[in-house]
Design a protein. Structure first.
Length: 227
């Protein structure tokens, strides 16, 4: 007998706030924040639109001149019991696939590195990876940078609808093995079919968890004896 999948949290409001060139220009309030990053064409805009249920929301990040900016969105999430949580989403610039991509190495990586290291409200980084392509050189650099900044990373595999169930499992296993993490830690998603988004334990539930997560404690915070 087929069992209906239990639905999880959903985004009930989403709005573009503003763009920033550097982390210093991002809002200074302490709204919990989740950053989204991935190589160009990984499906970042599509996933953001799907998660927010608003076609065209992330289009702003694709207009000329805005592609190299941090684009900030304010999301209101609602649980099945109507509890609400607010989260800011930072759409970071897309980068090339290989570390030989000069523009990425010289411009985007330092900007993203500065943001990850210096942004206090940041709760997690969602690293988007095309399920069929797997992890690239620059993805590894992003992971290392996030590790150094003590930012938890969620690996989100995109475009899962492009593979059949068996191939999907293998591709997921390959990404997990490549990163030395558990297979279950690689989230399978599709902006087209909505796989992995709305169900219990899907990506929107992950976002709701991040909205409640405590800020990271960094060694420098402890050394400085901040209140
Ligand atoms: P971005 O550059 O990372 O923002 O990528 P886009 O969201 O613009 O997507 C890049 C291409 O992949 C577009 O042609 C999308 O239609 C396609 N795409 C994105 N998400 C999916 C998905 O979940 N399934 C499929 N089949 N195609 C997708």
């Amino acid at each position: 007998m087929a069992v209906a999948r239990e639905s999880g949290w959903r985004v009930v409001e989403a709005a573009f706030e503003r763009s920033a060139t550097r982390h210093e220009d991002c809002p200074s309030d302490d709204l919990p924040e989740v950053a989204v990053v991935g190589r160009s064409n990984v499906g970042k805009s599509s996933l953001l639109n799907a998660v927010c249920r608003q076609q065209g929301l992330a289009r702003v990040s694709r207009t000329p001149g805005r592609t190299q900016l941090i684009n900030l969105f304010r999301l209101v999430l609602q649980a099945p019991d109507k509890t609400r949580r607010i989260l800011r989403c930072a759409d970071l610039p897309g980068y090339g696939f290989a570390a030989t991509d000069r523009q990425t190495r010289e411009r985007f990586a330092p900007m993203i590195g500065g943001y990850l290291a210096e942004r206090p409200p940041l709760r997690a980084l969602c690293l988007l990876v095309d399920l069929r392509r797997g992890i690239g050189d620059l993805d590894r650099i992003m992971l290392e940078t996030a590790g150094e900044a003590a930012v938890p990373v969620l690996v989100v595999a995109t475009k899962s609808d492009k593979l059949g169930a068996a191939e999907r499992g293998l591709a997921r296993q390959r990404i997990a093995a490549d990163l030395g993490i558990a297979k279950a830690a690689v989230r399978l998603t599709s902006a087209s079919s909505r796989l992995g988004l709305d169900e219990r334990g899907g990506l929107v539930d992950d976002l709701a968890d991040f909205a409640e997560a405590p800020p990271r404690t960094r060694a420098s915070d402890e050394d400085g004896g901040a209140a």
